[in-house]
Design a protein around this ligand. Sequence first.
Ligand code: SAH
Ligand code: SF4
Length: 339
Amino acid sequence: MEPFFNLTLNELEHILGVCGKEKFRARQLFKWIYNKFVLDFELMTDIPKSLRKIFKEMFSFTFLNLESMERSKDGSTKFAFRTHDGYTVESVLMPEEDRTTLCVSTQIGCKMGCRFCVTGKIGFIRNLTTDEIVSQMMSVKKLTDTTITNVVFMGMGEPMDNVENVIKAIQIFGSPYGLNLSKRKITVSTSGLIDTLKTIPQNLCVIAISLNAADDEKRTYLMPINRIYPLETIVDFARSYRPDKRSRITFEYVIIGDINDSGKDAEKLADLLSGVKCKINIIPYNESKHISFKTPSDEKILNFQRILLKRGYTATIRKSKGQDVSAACGLLGSRYLEV
Ligand code: SAH
Ligand code: SF4
């Protein structure tokens, strides 16, 4: 049996073609499954009965097993799912006034070893399959019956280190016959694996790069990957990134107490990004008992933002979500460090 959530529309069309079936059946299946969320082939009334029977034997739906579901005071929910081989994958659902965002994981652990990140501390265990990435979305939909309007690839793992599966999942989320999420509603966050970023179509999704420091020494200390892709390489990429007139690259800046939160750091960041069309998203550091870094004071964070705004940048402070259930940025995977 073929896991349905592993297949893009093109792949499904190909498989059906090989089996001698009409291509348009693929679009029908996508509509029933991703758009209408009907997973019982018997109910797919515009497909002939004999074919429904064949599809039932051909395809399976892998829903991840729910291990726990923790609701935060702020309304976000962290889901922990168990994979077939006994690992835990976490996803976070964040309802807001005008949207509902799902944060998905792309790997179990991560190779990048960023000093401030819980997932980085775990080390790398394995990539998630396309099926497991798409299944996070489908499992959350099944459990909550929510309409998810936005997806962010900001959970556990480095998306550009599992790029094939991430691209396939984006194509599935974006298919007009399926969930139909526009490219503006899908964001991939990366620590800056520029050579891989260059290989993905510029109009696939919104790109966010975790900068976190404005000089190489500090960035290498926080993010060892900076040795391979230093700031100059990242900024050069950002300058050349112009999928269309409206799109801008986002830079994420995790602001950490006494590490990268001074006025001087903000000025350096403004100098570094001079002339680059971008948005800056300041993320107050989420503390964890496994790492000794601290969240800066509100005053420091606001001062950092003020300097960037004064220098003409669009700079927002990301509201932290789900801190009380370890669902906030960088806290996913805490359970691996507790055993
Ligand atoms: N690997 C990708 C995506 C997952 S991390 C990346 O690094 O971009 C998602 C975001 O969480 C990144 O911007 C990362 O810098 C940030 N982050 C990691 N640990 C954090 C913490 N403890 N508090 C706040 N943000 C954190
Ligand atoms: Fe990996 Fe991103 Fe965490 Fe760095 S911040 S260790 S790249 S998940």
